[in-house]
Unconditional design. Structure first.
Length: 158
C-alpha cells in the first residue's frame, strides 16, 4: 500500500514524519484513512542507521527528553504551517499543480496497471480507479491550474 501523502521535516538532531494512507476496510465496506506521525533522532554515523518503527520516539517505552520535546513541538508547528498552506486540487492525480489531459492519461494508466483497483486516481474513494473518477478531472473549468502557495521563511518561525 502506498501513502496518499507523506511529508518530513528535520532539524540538526531530529526528524518529524507524517503520512496518510487510505485502504479498503472490508469490515466496513468503505475506504478508511489512517494518519501516522513518527519522530526520531537523526543518526548520521557511518553507516547511518535507517529509520524504522523501533526508532519512533513517540511509541512506548520511549519518552521524550526536554530537548526532544522542544524539537518535536517546533517541527510539529512548522509542519502544521506547511500543511495548512496546501491548496486542494481535486483531479490532479500526478500533483503537478495542473488538472489536464495528462491526468486523464494517467487515470487510464493506473486503471490498467492496477486492474482498476484503488490508486492516486481513485478520487471518489470507492476502491476502484475507473470511469467514475473521470468527472473529478474533467469538471469545469478544464483544463485548470491550481495555484501553488509560496512558502515563506517567516511562516516557519516558532
Amino acid at each position: 500500500m502506498l501513502a496518499d501523502w507523506q511529508l518530513a521535516l528535520r532539524d540538526e538532531d531530529c526528524k518529524l514524519f507524517r503520512l496518510s494512507t487510505t485502504d479498503w476496510d472490508e469490515t466496513a465496506s468503505e475506504c478508511a484513512t489512517t494518519d501516522t506521525t513518527e519522530f526520531s533522532a537523526i543518526n548520521e554515523q557511518v553507516p547511518p542507521k535507517l529509520d524504522n518503527k523501533n526508532a519512533n520516539l513517540l511509541l512506548p517505552p520511549n519518552t521524550l527528553n526536554h530537548l526532544q520535546a522542544l524539537a518535536y513541538n517546533s517541527l510539529n508547528k512548522q509542519l502544521d504551517n506547511l500543511l495548512a498552506s496546501e491548496i486542494t486540487c481535486t483531479g490532479d492525480g500526478n500533483t503537478d499543480g495542473v488538472v489536464d489531459f495528462n491526468d486523464i492519461s494517467q487515470l487510464g494508466y493506473w486503471a490498467n496497471i492496477t486492474g482498476s483497483k484503488s490508486s492516486w486516481y481513485d478520487f471518489n474513494l470507492d476502491g476502484f480507479t475507473n470511469e467514475a473518477d473521470l468527472p473529478y478531472i474533467t469538471q469545469a473549468p478544464f483544463p485548470r491550474s491550481c495555484s501553488l502557495p509560496l512558502i515563506f521563511k517567516d511562516s516557519f518561525e516558532t
